[in-house]
Ligand binder design. Structure first.
Ligand code: ADP
Ligand code: F6P
Length: 324
């Protein structure tokens, strides 16, 4: 029989992402509506181990839907990767009467949730990462804001690149995944898009592309480089030396993680947060919420972690031909 849930906890873990606050708000308010008490855990699993636990009411999440970051704070916590850390975490949950936990984060955070579930604490994961690198879902909280922020920044760099007839290499985040680079590359009309999943490390192809584009009358050359490839500054030096075209590197960095979430991130995070609260209240555990093939749904964590995701081939082909 499903365990009756009286109190749930909520934490954000790993890198912050715009829309996490909308998800926190939704979880808190839906759980309260379902008659369940909610406790906020500060600073991810580290805060759980430090017992940084606060009561949350509907008013605790007022005026946050439009804010970037996470009001709960987040952290990366090595101790929680150990069995002792996980057992301590489960004990602290029990001590505070927390029988269900919503974890907002990425794959790493899901593994922490999985460990707690094994130790008897019902857990549900919500996909919070700008990287879009969670295989079970076509959408992750924060990606939409991040790509819009990056796209606007890249438009600005493009202006200068055009004025000075330069080549610009712009490095975007994404850890080992190229989704931010792909989306910005297409949306910003980049001449070259370098994705960790596809890049062959043959710089001569880029050099040839720049030289050929000059011959075709293009006055600037925009290269979107993914963080997973990196080395944009040294790449710029080599490309300038080989082509004679002035080349500059810009690393966008953490500006991509911050800022007010887009409508899509607020909306999806709100729906997913409510779904997570409902699933927990139904007594389910070891699940993650995702958006796949046009619907919001939940998956078993093991299944979700075992799933693979890759850059869609057709989208990749298009990204290569549109900058003709
Ligand atoms: P993300 O959740 O965005 O993938 P991380 O991989 O940094 O980010 O993971 C966030 C946190 O989740 C880690 O700092 C750690 O506390 C916890 N975590 C990661 N991997 C594991 C694991 N294998 N077992 C238990 N907890 C983990
Ligand atoms: O997962 C989000 C992300 O911003 C990645 O794109 C990046 O690789 C990483 O986090 C940076 O992590 P940190 O905040 O620990 O520097």
């Amino acid at each position: 029989m499903a365990k009756a849930i009286k109190t749930i906890g909520i934490l954000t873990s790993g890198g912050d992402a715009p829309g996490m606050n909308a998800a926190i708000r939704a979880v808190v308010r839906k759980a309260i509506t379902n008659g369940v008490t909610v406790k906020g855990i500060k600073r991810g699993y580290q805060g759980l181990l430090n017992e940084e636990i606060v009561d949350m009411q509907a008013r605790s999440v007022s005026d946050i839907i439009q804010r970037g970051g996470t009001i709960l704070g987040t952290a990366r916590c090595l101790e929680f990767k150990t069995e002792a850390g996980q057992q301590k975490g489960a004990e602290i949950c029990r001590k505070h009467g927390i029988d269900g936990l919503v974890v907002i984060g990425g794959d790493g955070s899901y593994q922490g949730a999985q460990a707690l579930s094994r130790l008897g604490i019902n857990t549900i994961g919500l996909p919070g990462t700008i990287d879009l690198d969670i295989a079970c879902t076509d959408y992750t909280i924060g990606f939409d804001t991040a790509v819009n922020t990056a796209m606007q920044a890249i438009d600005k760099v493009r202006d200068t690149s055009s004025s000075h007839e330069r080549c610009s290499i712009i490095e975007v985040m994404g850890r080992n995944a190229g989704y931010i680079a792909l989306w910005c590359g297409v949306a910003n009309g980049a001449e070259d898009i370098l994705l960790p999943e596809k890049y062959d490390f043959n710089e001569q192809n880029i050099i040839n592309n720049i030289i050929n584009n000059r011959k075709r009358g293009k006055t600037h050359h925009l290269i979107i480089n993914a963080e997973g490839i990196g080395h944009s500054t040294s790449m710029a030096r080599r490309i300038e030396a080989a082509t004679g075209v002035e080349t500059r590197a810009t690393i966008l960095g953490y500006m991509q993680r911050g800022g007010s979430p887009t409508c899509k991130d607020r909306y999806y995070a709100s729906i997913m947060g409510c779904l997570a609260a409902d699933i927990l209240c139904e007594g389910k555990t070891n699940r993650v919420v995702g958006y796949r093939h046009g619907e919001f749904r939940d998956f078993d964590i093991e299944e979700a972690l075992a799933m693979q995701k890759d850059i869609p081939e057709y989208e990749y082909k298009i990204s290569k031909l549109l900058a003709l």
